[in-house]
Design a protein around this ligand. Structure first.
Ligand code: APR
Length: 284
């Protein structure tokens, strides 16, 4: 609709109209960010709780921080891995997974393109997930490059009990030989979290696959992301510019909101389930 005061078009919050698109869509792309996990108790980056000790993710999630102080960066990631042990997928993750399974049986596709590294989409049962920023539960060897799933707790003995978030915590200063190391024979290289850090590029195979999904989709949802970190921030606007309906589910407006057809404001654990539930026109 047109706002009578600003004369700008603004996105609609008409759920029935959105549901008409949803009922017809054959290929749905769902882009998610930290907000989809907020109701699971995982802090967002730019909201309250975005600090660990005196740092924000942007300070420690960099290759420079890791080469300067791998012990500190590992303490930070160890903490984030351990926190996830008590967190569960919430109704937003579950609605997405359920929708993916149901539409899959109807020969329709749902793909999830997530910036999150918490694996909650997988744990909710989603199968078709692109983790464009990697995973907290994968490591990459700095020497041999091997990428490996790793759900150990603690990830290594030296990190046991370390990583407390309180700003007064003394740094563990773990010698580099005692940090997580590659288990491949004759390698023993230093492991790093297999996550994309600030200043690093996304995996080009994943990016190519994601681009293909974005070109193919006929409906796009963008859930719980501030839409300010590139390249993910341009995915949904890029789809919208093809004339494909895009629906944003967020607590607030973002820099991208005006480019979308729909905006559903509120916690996505409440707004997504009714948006994605079975439409009366769907085959059973
Ligand atoms: N439901 C829907 N949206 C929510 C909810 C909720 N319950 N809670 C918060 N949000 C929204 C916020 O309004 C905000 O727009 O989620 C968004 C979270 O934004 P960020 O913290 O910036 O997270 P994200 O967009 O995922 O950040 C992108 O930045 O720090 C890097 O690599 C990190 O992947 C991350 C990237």
């Amino acid at each position: 609709g047109i706002d009578p005061f600003t004369k700008m078009t603004r996105p609609s919050s008409d759920l029935t109209a959105f549901r008409e698109h949803f009922a017809k869509a054959k290929h749905i792309a769902i882009i998610t960010g930290a907000g989809v996990s907020a109701e699971s108790g995982v802090p967002t980056f730019r909201g309250p709780g975005g600090f660990w000790r005196k740092w924000q993710a942007q300070d420690l999630a960099t290759p420079e921080a890791f080469s300067r102080d791998p012990s500190l960066v590992w303490e930070f990631y160890h903490y984030r891995r351990e926190v996830m042990r008590s967190k569960m997928p919430n109704p937003a993750h579950l609605a997405i997974a359920e929708c993916e399974a149901r539409l899959g049986q109807q020969g329709r596709s749902v793909v999830i393109i997530t910036q999150n590294i918490d694996e909650l989409h997988h744990r909710a049962g989603s199968k078709h997930v692109y983790e464009i920023h990697g995973s907290l539960f994968k490591t990459r060897c700095m020497s041999c490059g091997e990428v490996k799933a790793n759900h150990k707790s603690p990830i290594c003995p030296a990190l046991d009990g370390k990583g407390a978030p309180d700003p007064n915590t003394k740094e563990a200063r773990i010698p580099v030989e005692l940090l997580p190391r590659c288990e491949r024979k004759s390698c023993n290289g230093l492991l790093r979290p297999h996550v994309v850090w600030f200043g690093e590029t996304l995996d080009s195979d994943i990016l190519t696959a994601v681009e293909r999904e974005l070109e193919k989709c006929d409906l796009c949802l963008v859930v719980g992301t501030s839409s300010i970190v590139y390249p993910a921030a341009m995915f949904a606007p890029q789809v919208a510019s093809r004339g494909v309906p895009v629906a944003e589910f967020n607590m607030e407006c973002t820099p991208a909101t005006q480019r979308f057809k729909y905006h559903f404001e509120g916690p996505c654990g409440s707004t997504l389930p009714p948006a994605l539930e079975r439409h009366e026109s769907e085959a059973v």
